[in-house]
Design a protein around this ligand. Structure first.
Ligand SMILES: NC(=O)C1=CN([C@@H]2O[C@H](COP(=O)(O)OP(=O)(O)OC[C@H]3O[C@@H](n4cnc5c(N)ncnc54)[C@H](O)[C@@H]3O)[C@@H](O)[C@H]2O)C=CC1
Ligand SMILES: O=C(O)CCC(=O)C(=O)O
Length: 488
């Protein structure tokens, strides 16, 4: 039986108007904790809707760019304040739509607010340098100018943080925005846009178009009115964003997958290493690009580590993220659940030992949700699929090694390079790891997941396009440099 609890319909936001798609067709957004509950409906938008949004963003470009950084910053401060007032509602929508626990959703909503405030402050900071000219009478300087219209395509795993860490810098540096959120997280995105509307952001500056990636996302990639493309999601779609951008000469930035290792050395603090593995690997049901996925453990500590890891993982409560006692929610949708279950089957077929989990929970109360048990494999070797491919689920692969050199070699033996951790007290091991590991985010005695908004974030190898997001790095993507030469 389908329960239509709220069943509110969310529209596109184009030129400061909430409008239906020209398709007059809707997509329902399901609660992954209960497939029979419809959280709401979103627009199944068309290319024409995207074209209208891009037109509105183009029209608004000049007015927005002409405001001072401080004026744009004031809008971001106002959006942050409105979000603060609507914190509970936004966090609850996030949990209902995407499944992560309410505690995590509240933390993510607060993070979104902090990101807005950080970038609001950027409006008052320098936008260039004075460079000595060869002619002593001339003034030479650089000034950072906006790209124009930023096309933003976001995933479902951080429905508040990722749209905001792309939109806030886009806006503060003077760009206007067309955003297409993942359809699994589009209602949460619509609520953020409502906060922008309430804060009085001018007409056409922010435009939201929801719907399918293959239609809405693809049109944003191809549209010549979109000057810069920023994307977070799978490597497959990331590649097509890059190809589309290169084909028409648009600037682009990609953040994609990870296969993040944690190395546990013989001298590691056992409790800390176990807690970091669980938190980094299983929070948000393992659906983070920074999630710990490979656990490379030195043989001297292996038995103790595995025992404690299994013991602590058995304590995890799986269920509806809205409930207080629940530590791990469902996968985001049926597709993602099936992907995770099929990786578990492949792990078994390829000879890894399934030490814990691996199934859907048997609790009848959970039968309508997209749940999977936290899962631990042992005897995993480098050639196995579960040691190489991103699973994006609560699955840990334990690998035993004799030396730290071997551990490092294994850590680097994947196509990804997003985040990596080591747990050790040995300073030589720490610095060797920091020097040698192929990852954009390097952690010592800290979990692989979780990024700080004021620091650059991005990966090496197949994990990103080489560019960085957040912190001062965001300026690199969302602006172009003008070198100005003035002679009286
Ligand atoms: N790096 C990360 O944070 C994320 C990684 N993933 C990885 O991707 C896998 C699949 O998840 P999906 O939701 O299917 O990711 P996806 O890459 O298909 O979706 C990400 C965004 O791209 C859009 N999109 C999809 N097809 C498109 C196209 N042809 N043109 C333009 N935009 C398009 C989607 O609508 C969504 O807004 C996951 O299992 C995981 O491995 C997924 C989400 C986030
Ligand atoms: O670990 C985090 O906080 C951010 C992870 C992330 O960006 C992602 O999963 O897409």
């Amino acid at each position: 039986m389908t329960v239509q609890t709220t069943a509110v319909t969310y529209q596109n936001f184009i030129n400061n108007q909430w409008v239906n798609s020209t398709s007059e067709d809707l997509i329902s957004s399901l609660n992954p904790a209960n497939r029979n509950e419809i959280v709401g409906y979103i627009q199944n938008s068309t290319e024409e809707d995207v074209d209208r949004a891009v037109e509105a963003a183009k029209k608004a470009k000049k007015g927005w760019r002409k405001l001072s950084g401080a004026e744009r910053g004031n809008y971001l401060y106002k959006i942050a304040s409105v979000m603060e007032e609507r914190h509970k509602e936004i966090a609850e929508t996030l949990t209902k739509e995407m499944g992560k626990t309410l505690l995590e959703a509240k933390g993510e909503t607060s993070r979104g607010i902090a990101i807005l405030r950080y970038f609001a402050g950027e409006g008052m900071r320098d936008t260039g340098d004075v460079i000595p000219a060869s002619d002593s009478k001339a003034l030479m300087y650089t000034n950072r100018v906006p790209l124009g219209v930023a096309g933003i395509i976001t995933p479902w795993n951080f429905p508040v943080a990722i749209p905001i860490w792309k939109m806030a810098p886009a806006l503060i540096y003077g760009n206007t925005v067309v955003i297409k959120p993942a359809q699994e997280a589009a209602i949460t995105a619509a609520k953020i846009i409502e906060c922008m509307e309430e804060a009085g952001v001018p007409e056409g500056v922010v435009n939201l178009v929801t719907g399918r990636g293959s239609i809405v996302g693809q049109r944003i990639i191809e549209h010549t009115g979109v000057n810069g493309l920023t994307f977070t999601g799978s490597n497959k779609v990331g590649k097509s964003v890059a190809e589309g951008a290169v084909a028409r000469g648009a600037k682009f930035q990609l953040e994609m997958g990870g296969k993040n290792p944690i190395i546990v050395a013989d001298d590691a603090d056992l409790e800390q290493a176990v807690e970091a593995t669980i938190s980094g690997g299983l929070r948000s049901t393992g659906q983070k690009c920074t999630a710990t996925s490979r656990v490379i453990v030195q043989e001297g500590i292996y038995e103790q580590f595995r025992e404690r890891l299994l013991e602590r993982t058995r304590e995890i409560t799986v269920g509806d993220g809205m409930k207080d006692h629940v530590w791990m929610g469902p996968c985001v949708n049926e597709n993602q659940l099936n992907t995770v279950l099929s990786y578990i089957e492949t792990g078994k077929e390829e000879g890894a030992t399934l030490s814990l989990g691996g199934e859907r929970p048997r609790d009848p109360e959970l039968e309508n949700g997209f749940y999977v048990e936290p899962t631990i494999f042992e005897d995993v070797n480098q050639d196995m699929t579960i040691a190489q491919e991103e699973i994006f689920g609560p699955v840990l692969a334990l690998m035993k090694v004799d030396t730290i050199e071997k551990a490092l070699e294994m850590a680097n033996d994947v196509t990804f390079g997003l985040s990596a951790s080591i747990f050790t007290k040995n300073i030589d091991n720490m610095f060797e790891f920091i020097d040698e590991v192929e990852a954009g985010l390097v952690r010592v005695n800290f979990e692989t997941a979780g990024v700080e908004l004021q620091a650059p974030f991005g990966g090496m190898k197949d994990s990103s396009s080489g560019s960085r997001e957040q912190g001062t790095a965001a300026k690199e993507f969302f602006t172009s440099i003008k070198t100005v030469y003035v002679k009286p």
